[in-house]
Design a protein around this ligand. Structure first.
Ligand SMILES: [Zn+2]
Length: 122
């Protein structure tokens, strides 16, 4: 094999090695990020968990009550109370509450949610 052919062949092999090294670096970076996240979760103080039971009963209401959409779990909760500190569905801490000015954003969100659900099920 001539020197030129040998160099060309070695250059191709070097390209492959460079691609493999880059892929390895990418994988290592992903692993590092996952491990960092796991480390930060493990470093959190354990939260005290209190357990409770709910007694459900029917009540007739008249007038308005508020529904709330949780930004974390996306669920709609009926009968929001001002003293709630956690989302009743996902237990996320409620940091802000705001009243919508127009229903447009909510209707758009719900349309997107339905479209995504339809796309997934088809
Ligand atoms: Zn929630």
């Amino acid at each position: 094999m001539s020197i030129r052919d040998t160099r060309r062949k070695l250059a191709e092999e070097t390209d492959d090695e460079i691609r493999a090294a880059e892929a390895q670096i990418e994988t290592s970076t992903k692993e590092r990020n996952i491990l960092k996240l796991a480390q930060s979760v493990l470093a959190e103080e354990p939260r005290a968990e209190t357990k409770c039971g709910l007694t459900l009963h029917y009540a007739l209401t008249s007038g308005y009550f508020q529904k709330a959409d949780c930004s974390e779990c996306g669920e709609t909760i009926q009968g929001y109370q001002k003293n709630w500190r956690y989302c009743p569905v996902c237990s996320s801490t409620i940091v802000t509450t705001e009243t919508e000015e127009t229903p447009n954003d909510r209707l758009a969100r719900s349309a997107v949610k339905e479209a995504v659900a339809a796309a997934i099920s088809s």
